[in-house]
Design a protein around this ligand. Structure first.
Ligand code: AMP
Length: 398
């Protein structure tokens, strides 16, 4: 019996199948460019080769899910695929959900009702639940929310200084995202370092295409860098992170851009892409950086400085120096350049970065890349799908 994890994004569907308590998936599948004529997908059994999926042109999320499951079932090992629970990655849980929830009609309606807060993701997330309900009748489904871990944050941290009635009418506040990842790597770091998760101070930096950092005090999120939407906070692959709140008005007046154009500019054309004019991919920028490309250097330098400033700010909610700083996500796990430059700005923390350990992401030291008696810097690979599978299984005892 397997747990199926479904991640329905705006234009993609990703699946992962887990055996109970195994952290590596039995199989994964993904379909991209859903609902277009360029729809395409692939699946993979364990760490075997990727196989192409046959996906119908203009197929919607349900058709993509169907195509992915048919591909998986075409494999002899998964011929009579039996799923005992389905876990869904849900981007926004608003103020309603502070923990994973067993899906029932009321929970599904709540997810749909959160569409104003997650215009790109809430409806695909709900479509994924509806499709899975049809495909697996009677099988329990669990919604695991990206925002839930941050619901422990205090009002003085999550409120914006705007008129109170806007909060009351529209729930405009900071929510934070990447919660499943932050919770997973924080607990894993505590385990690796022999710390009591319920009695320690941690900061985690999830640095992928989207980037956020979170302060975790005694097992709970107490501050995080993302806000009402995942645009706030750190510099990211294509997102600007924090800018002057007057920028929309300035660009509208000076550059004649519409609201939609500015929103697109800040979400898709900014960040590392915008600063470098080259790429959002740090692998490309790292090569250019070492080759002496000034724009690549500027992009990486801004990324790391802003990250360091945010990490330092998170110590306020922690009430002191962290026991450990965790790097995770595609950049956090793989870029010794970003880790090194960021820590070089944090001399007040007394991290003693070990350059050799940093180069190998602590391959021989359980991820630890510092040495000495100061706080620990550690690389912990995230595994959001497994964390969702784990949370799902916890609500579906069988
Ligand atoms: P994620 O969203 O967590 O999958 O992270 C994706 C990003 O990680 C990519 O856009 C790259 O910028 C970055 N990345 C992945 N592998 C490497 C690497 N070996 N070195 C530097 N950056 C990497």
């Amino acid at each position: 019996m397997l747990t199926l994890i479904i991640n329905c994004g705006s234009s993609s569907v990703k699946l992962a199948l887990f055996e109970r308590d195994r952290s590596e998936p039995v199989a994964t599948a993904m379909v991209d460019r859903v609902a277009t004529d360029a729809i395409e997908g692939s699946y993979r059994i364990g760490d075997g080769p990727r196989q192409a999926l046959s996906c119908p042109a203009y197929g919607d999320h349900a058709a993509a899910l169907d195509a992915a499951l048919s591909g998986l079932r075409s494999e002899p090992a998964l011929h009579d695929l039996r799923v005992s629970a389905v876990g869904h990655r849900i981007v926004h849980g608003g103020q309603k959900f502070s923990a994973p929830a067993l899906v029932d009609p009321e929970v599904l309606a709540e997810i749909r009702a959160l569409a104003p807060l997650a215009p790109v993701h809430a409806i695909p997330n709900a479509l994924g639940i509806e499709a899975a309900t049809r495909l697996f009748p009677g099988v329990p489904q669990v919604a695991v929310f990206d925002t839930a871990f941050h619901q422990s944050i205090a009002p003085e941290v999550y409120r914006y200084a705007i008129p109170d009635d806007l909060y009351e009418r529209f729930q405009i506040r900071r929510y934070g995202f990447h919660g499943t990842s932050h919770a997973y790597v924080a607990e894993e770091a505590a385990r690796r370092l022999g710390l009591d998760f319920k009695n320690c101070r941690l900061i985690s930096a999830h640095l992928g295409n989207g980037c956020s950092a979170t302060a975790v005090l005694n097992g709970e999120s107490v501050d995080t860098s993302m806000g009402l939407t995942p645009l706030e906070g750190l510099v990211m692959g294509t997102r600007s992170g924090n800018v002057d709140p007057n920028l929309h008005n300035f660009l509208a007046q000076q550059a004649g851009l519409s609201l939609d154009e500015i929103t697109d500019l800040l979400n898709r054309k900014s960040g590392l892409t915008g600063l470098s004019g080259i790429s959002n991919d740090l692998r490309v920028l790292t090569d250019e950086y070492h080759a002496g490309n000034k724009s690549a250097k500027l992009a990486v330098d801004v990324f790391c400085f802003r990250l360091a400033r945010e990490l330092a700010g998170l110590t306020v909610a922690l009430g002191g120096m962290p026991d450990a700083l965790i790097f995770t996500g595609g950049i956090g796990e793989n870029s010794c350049l970003v880790r090194g430059l960021t820590l070089s700005h944090l001399s007040a923390f007394n991290f003693e970065l070990d350059p050799e350990r940093n180069k190998t992401a602590g391959a021989d030291t359980n991820g630890i890349i510092s040495s000495g008696s100061g706080p620990t810097a550690i690389v912990v690979p995230t595994n959001e799908e497994f964390a969702i599978a784990h949370a799902t299984a916890a609500l579906c005892p069988f």
